[in-house]
Design a protein around this ligand. Structure first.
Ligand code: HKS
Ligand code: ZN
Ligand code: ZN
Length: 310
């Protein structure tokens, strides 16, 4: 299974257009050891020709240009993207749908009923696509048991589960969380049995998750913030990381502590990768103490263009 990180940044990317924090300012000036990151998205394939796009980032056009495998050029109009799976309805994961409007072949969209509802009401993205390429909506089951497959994407199987989180600000049920607002997905390559867990928005490793995460050879999870009060401490927001759906890396119950519980899979070390990293996070600086701590715990920080072959 080939997993390609198209974008490893959180909403706004890195550097963020309006931000002058130590990281963003330092990256622009070249005074810190870090690389830019576009907004959160991965693509996955078994045969290297047919791909599933996970999330449609506002940066998707640049991401496609930077990864030629997504453009196999078999016809005058063509793409390697066979389907799009949306893990939530947030701006940073869905705005790229507008950029993928051309053509006469319908986009195959896999999402939960909740996400479909948000993207046809508070946010009209899927309705608007109807005026261009059109879409086929496929309902993603979230019982953690019923798997689904995608036509034209041979050898991959997907199992998803609902995660604790909040719907986007424009959702009709923003203050009333529902199952399916955000999901995590276990991606399996059928012929090899290799598996990757993907949850770029993860507020808490709830009791029903280890059952699926334990199966994974690679765990790719929310790397948005280092501390629970990161944005508050910098005077940028009044809400904690957890309250906006992102479990921080450090501290009690944090991602480092939780990821320590995952060790070996078939005698091999499980790969642990953080993705959806906010511009304010010190782990973006490759020589930071926080990055060294992650390395000690065997945790990697995703970067744009990262390839994971399982
Ligand atoms: C910044 C942003 C921080 C950020 C926050 C969130 C809020 C929102 C909601 C997020 C993200 C980046 N880059 N989605 O100002 O530094 O209220 O639902 O998801 O990608 S959470
Ligand atoms: Zn986000
Ligand atoms: Zn910043």
């Amino acid at each position: 299974m080939h997993i390609h990180v198209l974008g490893a940044g959180a909403g706004g990317g890195f550097p963020q257009w309006n931000c002058n924090c130590f990281n963003c300012d330092g990256l622009r000036k070249g005074t810190i050891k870090a690389t830019k990151r576009t907004q959160s998205s991965i693509c996955v394939s078994s045969d290297g020709v047919n791909w599933v796009l996970f999330n449609a980032s506002p940066d998707v056009l640049q991401q496609i240009q930077d990864f030629p495998a997504l453009q196999p050029a078999r016809a005058i109009r063509d793409t390697g993207i066979q389907a799009i799976v949306l893990i939530d309805a947030q701006i940073d994961h869905t705005t790229g749908l507008y950029m993928l409007r051309e053509g006469t072949v319908k986009r195959e969209i896999y999402c939960t009923d909740m996400v479909y509802g948000d993207l046809t009401s508070g946010n009209q993205a899927l309705n608007i696509l109807g005026y261009y390429c059109g879409i086929n909506h496929h309902q993603v089951p979230i019982d953690g048991k019923t798997s689904f497959t995608i036509p034209n994407v041979p050898n991959l199987k997907f199992t998803s589960v609902s995660l604790k989180s909040a719907a986007p600000p424009y959702s009709p049920h923003r203050n009333d969380p529902q199952a399916g607002d955000t999901i995590g997905v276990l991606i399996e390559e059928v012929s090899t049995g290799k598996k990757c867990w993907y949850s770029p928005g993860l507020a808490e490793i709830e009791p029903h998750l280890p059952e699926l995460m334990d199966q994974a050879d690679c765990i790719m999870v929310d790397g948005t913030f280092w501390t629970n009060t990161e944005m508050i401490d910098m005077g940028l927001m009044t809400k904690t990381a957890r309250s906006i759906g992102h479990n921080p890396q450090s501290g009690e119950g944090g991602m480092i502590e939780k990821l320590d519980e995952f060790g070996l899979k078939n005698g091999q070390a499980v790969r642990k990768v953080l993705i959806h990293i906010n511009n304010t996070n010190p782990i973006l600086r490759e020589d930071s103490a926080e990055r060294a701590t992650l390395t000690q715990h065997g945790i990697e920080v995703a970067y744009d263009g990262m390839d994971i072959i399982l």
